[in-house]
Design a protein around this ligand. Structure first.
Ligand SMILES: Cc1cc2nc3c(=O)[nH]c(=O)nc-3n(C[C@H](O)[C@H](O)[C@H](O)COP(=O)(O)OP(=O)(O)OC[C@H]3O[C@@H](n4cnc5c(N)ncnc54)[C@H](O)[C@@H]3O)c2cc1C
Length: 287
C-alpha cells in the first residue's frame, strides 16, 4: 500500500478535503474527542489526518423548518441555539447531554454521527426524526437515510474516502413536543440508555402522531413502534405501555462493566417513558 504523501493537512475547501481523503489510510479529524483518545491509547493508527476544522462550508446551521447542521457544527452550538430548541428540542436536549463542556465545545455533529458509538446521543435523534445525511467523496455526492447509515457498533455506511458533510433533521408538525432523556452511570457520562421522543396532538388533545428511538441498549439505535399511542390520551398509562414495548425493541441488549443486558432492557422502558412524558408536556399534553 502506497502511504499518503502527507501526514496532516487542514484544507479550507471541501473539494480539497475529499481529494486528500482519497489517499489510502487517510482519516477525518473533526473535534478529535473520540479519535485522539484512541490514537493516544494506540488503538487507532491513521496513516494521515485530514483536519476538517477549517472547512467553513461545513460550519453552517440552518433552522428554517428543518434543522440542517453542517458536519463541524459543535454540540454546544446545537444545545444553545434558540431556533434549534424552539423547533427540535429533542436535538438541543441530546446535544446538551454530550459529555462535559470541553467535549461539547470541540465535538462535532458529524463526528458524533460518523463515529457511531452505540452510546452516542445524536444517532438516536437521527433515527427518531428520519434524518438525511449528505456525504461527499472524490467521486461525487450522495444522500443517505439515517436508517441505512448505522450498520453496527462503530460501523456506518460511509465508504473509505467519504466525508460526511451535513445532517438534515426534518422538522416536526406545528405544536409538536419533543425531548431526549438518558440514564447514565455517572454525571455527564455516556448514557446506559437514551431515548429520543416526539409527539403531537389533535384538536381533542389526543395523540395524533409520535416517534421514538432508543440508543445505548443495542449496537445501533432503533426505532420503537409507538403507533399504539395514536388516538390515546397523552398520559402515564399510555407512556408506560410504550415503555413496555421499548423493552422488547432490542433482541440482545449490550452488556458491559457498567450494566448487564437485563438492566439495559429495564432502562429501555424507563428512558422511553420519561422522554415521552417530557415531549408530552412540551406539546401541551396532560402527561
Ligand atoms: C469524556 C467524554 C465524554 C463524552 N460523552 C459523550 C456523551 O455523553 N454522548 C455523546 O454522544 N458523545 C460523548 N462523547 C463523544 C463526543 O461526542 C465525540 O465528540 C464524538 O463521538 C466524536 O466527535 P468528534 O467531532 O470529536 O470526532 P473525532 O473524534 O474527530 O472523529 C471520530 C471519528 O469519526 C470520523 N469522522 C469525524 N467527522 C467525520 C466526518 N465529517 N465525515 C466522516 N468521518 C468523520 C473520524 O475519522 C473518526 O473516525 C464524549 C467524549 C469524551 C471524550
Amino acid at each position: 500500500m502506497k502511504p499518503p504523501p502527507f501526514a496532516y493537512a487542514a484544507p479550507t475547501e471541501v473539494g480539497e478535503a475529499v481529494e486528500l481523503l482519497a489517499a489510502d489510510g487517510a482519516r477525518v479529524l473533526a473535534g478529535g474527542q473520540s479519535l485522539v483518545p484512541l490514537m493516544s491509547a494506540r488503538r487507532e493508527h491513521p496513516a494521515a489526518l485530514v483536519d476538517i476544522n477549517r472547512l467553513s462550508a461545513l460550519a453552517t446551521l440552518e433552522t428554517n423548518g428543518d434543522v440542517l447542521a453542517g458536519a463541524i457544527v459543535r454540540a454546544d452550538r446545537l444545545a444553545r441555539d434558540p431556533a434549534v430548541r424552539g423547533r427540535l428540542a429533542v436535538l438541543a436536549d441530546a446535544a446538551a447531554r454530550v459529555g462535559h463542556p470541553a467535549v461539547r465545545n470541540r465535538g462535532t455533529v458529524g463526528g458524533n454521527v460518523a463515529f457511531a458509538d452505540p452510546a452516542n446521543n445524536l444517532p438516536v435523534v437521527a433515527i427518531a426524526l428520519d434524518a438525511e445525511l449528505t456525504v461527499r467523496s472524490a467521486g461525487g455526492e450522495r444522500t443517505l437515510a439515517a436508517s441505512d447509515f448505522f450498520r453496527a457498533a462503530y460501523t456506518t455506511a460511509l465508504e473509505p474516502g467519504e466525508l460526511l458533510c451535513a445532517v438534515r433533521f426534518p422538522g416536526l408538525p406545528d405544536g409538536a413536543g419533543s425531548a431526549y432523556y438518558e440514564v447514565s452511570a455517572r454525571s455527564r457520562g455516556w448514557g446506559l440508555a437514551g431515548a429520543a421522543a416526539a409527539l403531537w396532538l389533535d384538536a381533542d388533545g389526543l395523540i395524533a402522531g409520535a416517534r421514538v428511538a432508543l440508543g445505548g441498549v443495542g449496537d445501533v439505535p432503533v426505532r420503537v413502534d409507538v403507533d399504539a399511542l395514536i388516538g390515546t390520551e397523552p398520559g402515564a398509562e399510555a407512556f408506560a405501555a410504550a415503555g413496555a414495548t421499548a423493552r422488547t425493541a432490542v433482541a440482545e441488549p449490550r452488556a458491559d462493566l457498567q450494566a448487564s443486558a437485563e438492566h439495559r432492557r429495564h432502562l429501555a422502558g424507563v428512558v422511553v417513558e420519561r422522554a415521552l412524558r417530557a415531549a408530552g408536556q412540551r406539546a401541551g399534553g396532560r402527561a
